[in-house]
Design a protein around this ligand. Sequence first.
Ligand code: TLP
Length: 345
Amino acid sequence: MGKFIDLRSDTVTTPTPEMRRAMADAEVGDDVYGEDPTVNRLQELAAEKVGKEAALFVTSGTQGNQCAVMTHTQRGDEIILEAESHIFYYEVGGVALLSGAQARTIKGTRGALDPKDVMAAIRDDDLHHPRTSLVCLENTHNRAGGAVIRPEQMKAVYDLAKSHGLNVHLDGARIFNAATALGRPVTDLTRNCDSVMFCLSKGLSAPVGSILAGSREFIDRARKNRKVMGGGMRQSGVIAAAGLIALEKMVDRLAEDHANAQVLAKGLAAMPGIALDPSTVETNIIYFDLTHPDLDGMSLPAALKKEGILVNPSHGRRLRMVTHKDVSRKDADAALVVISRVMKA
Ligand code: TLP
């Protein structure tokens, strides 16, 4: 069989030939001493791109988010999160395990928190209450189907948080997808937060790594927390070199992934047995519900795998497909032909 069309996630993207060359040639030093010139260059460029004073190269999106939570909170604090957010849903209970913080979840609308709900969740100063110290936002919102949170929505929550002395962390794993979809500078989306994490892997296609950015003082403290999480990486210029290319060269092509997601979404929506409104697909993530009586979230991915298409199985009837650099327009068209055939069989 030829190559798989891998729609499981944009995390599966492989580094470009230019990235591999830059990795081989990277100038390196010991980053725990702050002496890796390539890491330092990446951190400076990343901070500048998102309009923050400083940035820290971290091993993964999860490490960046958890390091942010640890740096913003004290043990026993309560943090406010969207109920389907990655930090709450997919980070192995790290908020409790690593920071000793308690999660207060709020159901959002397409991933966006209503400031009224945030307001109601902020604890007042009562002997019995934990201290609320942090609100986390996610943009694009993964489990809301790659939904884009508007700058105005972010600002409303940020202003409220600030007026109550809370910090705001943005899980911006796919923040450049959000900026691309809106056609606005990414700083419109990173202005209304105290810290932001974004991934160099995923759509930007670096093999490893994410960025945590914020004030100089915040990043100095976060560096120590990264160390305790095992993220002091020594000659990490080898991977930072790919991150630099991710930031410089790979942002502009994200629109292609969004266009291919539209192709897939429209094709899927036309198939009997699939419930999907393509207008809800704003970026590179497509969620749909299976209404086909003989197929479910386990059997369809298994049948597609035999035909060379990879989709993550699910215990329910909701499935996700993600477009990325290694899925071309031709792949999207080919996938639709196969999916349609498998659904009919
Ligand atoms: N998301 C992965 C899985 O963990 C679910 C995926 O395939 O989408 N924030 C958001 C919004 C994410 O979607 C992810 C990864 C992360 C953080 C964590 O990044 P990594 O995988 O680098 O730890």
